[in-house]
Write a protein that binds this ligand. Structure first.
Ligand code: FES
Ligand code: FES
Length: 162
């Protein structure tokens, strides 16, 4: 089926099968392998991307349902060679070990900051609870998200795009 999806700021005319997930489209068709497959069941958050500014599990999202949408993956966060504030905060705080969950954690954190609902560490923990880290880097992840939240608007979506 023909769809047009804007991926990291570039509109892409695409052909997808009705059963192709957004995760499969990104990883297998477009070689955007930053987005990870963990459980493939909506339980781990490794596949989190931003669709029209909202964080979603791409393993549970059919690509055909996102015709006309704007998708931002971890590859689209850095701008003009400069890391996104959330990416920089993850490095500052050593907020990963193996790194497998990290792209999903970072996209989820960008979505969380855009939602503006988290004010405290406990709220960050609660609202990031859909992103599992098997290495247990949670203390540093929360510290990184706190730092990025303090960066305010700069921690939003790159280029102000949805
Ligand atoms: Fe999508 Fe785990 S791979 S939630
Ligand atoms: Fe290894 Fe999170 S850093 S799963």
């Amino acid at each position: 089926m023909p769809v047009r999806i804007t991926i990291n700021g570039v509109e892409r005319p695409l052909q997808v099968q009705p059963w192709t997930t957004l995760l499969e489209l990104l990883r297998l068709d477009l070689d955007l392998t930053g987005t990870k497959k963990g459980c493939d069941h909506g339980q781990c958050g490794a596949c989190t991307v931003l669709v029209d500014g909202v964080r979603v599990n791409s393993c549970l999202t059919l690509a055909v349902m996102k015709d006309g949408a704007s998708v931002v993956t971890v590859e689209g966060l850095a701008q003009d060679g400069e890391l996104h504030p959330v990416q920089a905060a993850f490095i500052d705080h050593d907020a990963f070990q193996c790194g497998y969950c990290t792209p999903g954690q970072i996209c989820s954190a960008v979505g969380l900051i855009a939602e503006g609902r988290a004010r405290t560490r406990d709220e960050i923990r609660e609202l990031m609870s859909g992103n599992i880290c098997r290495c247990g880097a949670y203390v540093n992840i929360v510290a990184a998200v706190e730092q990025a939240m303090a960066a305010g608007d700069r921690a939003g979506l790159p280029g102000g795009r949805p």
